[in-house]
Design a protein around this ligand. Structure first.
Ligand code: 13P
Length: 246
């Protein structure tokens, strides 16, 4: 566990230049409050402009290709997003695992590409409602994490995000005890693979986090921060989450 909570906004396929002022307000809040750490992942089209002016927070990408270059129309390498100003990328989000058929192996390769470029990664894992209802959530997510984990995983560049698929954008949040149980299980799984460094690795919770539930979720054992979708799109909704993390 780390002292400072890490609150990351994932804008997904939302945001035009007129929305950059939202990131400006988030950045200004973080300049005033050193006890919370934040980052925003706008769409790739806004990374450069966001990174140029918002230096009190990190700007991240939402995805990266695992290869350095080549015939991959529409994709971006780690070096490209880094040059644009991204300091890290989200990888393995459930929407990409579902829509783009990304496998655990691909996610591990993306993580390795980021590490090779001296960048950070937020690696997402999470179960479907079907798996949760079958009582297999912890086994499934721990296995998914271990299978997606790159060689050389360490807390100085890698962050984990637990995002139950059924809690994303639905307003439904797991019971506090279920979040705590999952995060403890993920930390134990990390310990089995990387040893004592697992203590320092940040494990974020994501899925319908908002200003009303953030304080409670962030107070749970092994919850080091939050990965926020819908409530990160405006400063008005995001700042209360940062406030709850102070
Ligand atoms: P919501 O906060 O909109 O549920 O999205 C969570 C998420 O998927 C962040 O990556």
């Amino acid at each position: 566990m780390r002292e400072k909570k890490y609150i990351v906004g994932n804008w997904k396929m939302n945001g035009l230049a007129s929305d950059l002022m939202q990131i400006g307000e988030i950045n200004a809040f973080c300049r005033r409050h050193a006890t919370v750490e934040s980052a925003v992942c706008p769409p790739a089209t806004l990374i450069a402009r966001a990174a140029q002016v918002n230096t009190d927070i990190a700007i991240g990408a939402q995805d990266v290709h695992h290869e350095a270059s080549g015939a991959h129309t529409g994709c971006m390498s780690a070096a490209m997003i880094k040059e644009a100003g991204a300091r890290f990328s989200i990888i393995g989000h459930s929407e990409r695992r579902a829509d783009q058929h990304e496998t655990n192996d691909m996610v591990a390769a993306k993580a390795a590409a980021l590490k090779a470029a001296d960048m950070g990664a937020i690696l997402c894992v999470g179960e479907t409602l079907e798996t949760r209802d079958a009582g297999d959530a912890i086994d499934f997510v721990a296995a998914q994490l271990l299978a997606s984990l790159p060689n050389g995983a360490s807390s100085d560049w890698l962050t984990i995000a637990y995002e139950p698929v059924w809690a994303i954008g639905t307003g439904r949040v797991p019971e506090n005890s279920d979040i705590a149980d999952m995060h403890a299980a993920l930390r134990a799984a990390l310990a089995s693979k990387i040893g004592a460094n697992s203590e320092n690795m940040r494990i974020l919770y994501g899925g319908s986090v908002n200003g009303g539930n953030a304080a409670e979720i962030l107070s749970l054992d092994n919850v080091d921060g939050a990965l926020v979708g819908g409530a990160s799109l405006t400063a008005e909704k995001f700042l209360p989450i940062l406030q709850a993390a102070l």
